[in-house]
Design a protein. Structure first.
Length: 343
């Protein structure tokens, strides 16, 4: 394992989104029907049985959230209770033992505190990305839930996920689906991402940031991007995002639905977004924890590139949404009650 460089050697402005082996992570073990207390460890590797269900049958789920450095040097989290709740839902879907919300948030905070020197300075645009992960482990070979589980939270400083950051990039639709109509699309499970590697790689090779998946039943409606949800802005000042039971219920999306309505005075709509009706949008973007708000320049569909606002400039509404969301996350804009937790 290559250890992370010392904080003083890190170029905070140009982090990208890469794994880094930081000094500490949290690890808890579920055995005989209960979770142990878990603890911080310096070991970045896991030693598990070859019969582990996570390896064979995809019994694995994860989360993604960030810690933000504020102007006065404090560190804070954005809605970590929502990540805990979503992970419990993912666990339900894969017959894994839910990790309680209070313990989840405490584990995240302990990892942030232990690696506090790696939370990027305010103003660099960097954040500390946290990756909670649960896997089924132990001896098993039949297609049944595992006898034991590991829950870990590790961290790394990150910058922009899509290389444009807040500059627009283009996305493409795909022949492939990310999830089945009544499958696991709503859950943050490893298998959804395994299946997205091939379409994602084809999109990258063709010069696109990510795939925009269409609904698996009819291929007529936008579902979401490979690593983020989709939104469009209409001429009538509406914030529109797809409603579907096979997309990930994005915490960023629900936050922006609220902020569009309450802070920006827009109409916030979760509904159908037909791929043949993109003219209704003056701006579009991808939103998520890693993606933050990434403006979409254009979407390729049936060999045509549909450009929204511009391929090079971020639109004014997208910029306002970005400023409001990141302002709250970094502590510069007043947050709705309960959204921010100090570390
Ligand atoms: N959709 C997918 C497929 C994702 O992987 C993510 C990232 O977590 C999102 C949407 C955005 O969700 P959130 O805003 O909770 O990070
Ligand atoms: C996130 O935004 O946290 C994600 O999980 C997206 C991707 C890195 C898988």
């Amino acid at each position: 394992m290559t250890k992370a460089p010392a904080p003083s050697e890190i170029d905070w402005q140009n982090l990208g989104f890469n794994y880094m082996d930081l000094p500490y992570r949290f690890l808890a073990h579920y055995k005989d029907g209960q979770w142990d207390d878990g603890k911080l460890t310096e070991d970045a590797t896991l030693h598990i049985s070859e019969g582990s269900t996570a390896l064979h049958y995809g019994q694995a789920d994860f989360e993604g959230l960030k810690a933000y450095r504020t102007k006065n040097g404090d560190i804070q989290l954005f809605r970590p209770d929502r990540n805990a709740a979503r992970m419990q839902k993912s666990c339900e879907r894969l017959l894994m033992p839910p990790f309680p919300t209070d313990k989840f948030v405490a584990a995240v905070k302990s990892v942030v505190k232990a690696n506090a020197d790696y939370v990027p300075p305010y103003g660099t645009g960097g954040t500390l990305y946290l990756r909670p992960l649960m896997i089924g482990v132990g001896e098993n070979i039949g297609v049944h839930p595992a006898p034991e589980y590991l829950f870990t939270v590790f961290a790394m400083p990150v910058g922009a996920y899509y290389k444009g950051g807040v500059k627009p990039t283009n996305f493409t639709t795909s022949y492939y689906d990310r999830a089945a109509p009544h499958g696991t699309g709503q859950s943050k499970v490893g298998g959804n991402y395994g299946g997205s590697l091939l379409p994602g790689s084809e999109a990258h090779k063709a010069g696109y940031s990510d795939v925009i998946y269409l609904d698996p039943a009819t291929h007529t409606k936008i579902e979401e991007a490979g690593s983020a949800n989709f939104f469009g802005i209409t001429k009538n000042n509406e914030f529109v995002t797809p409603k579907s039971n096979s997309i990930l219920p994005s915490i960023t999306k629900y936050s922006l639905l609220y902020l569009a309505e309450h802070n920006l005075g827009m109409k916030a709509i979760e509904g159908d977004v037909f791929i043949n009706d993109l003219d209704r949008f003056t701006e579009a973007g991808a939103m998520g924890t890693a993606a933050v708000i990434a403006p979409i320049g254009g979407i390729e569909y049936q060999d045509q590139l549909h450009v929204f606002y511009s391929e090079t400039e971020v639109g004014p509404v997208t910029q306002k949404l970005y400023d409001t969301l990141t302002g709250i996350q970094f502590g510069d804009v007043k947050a709705p009650e309960g959204w921010i937790q100090k570390v």
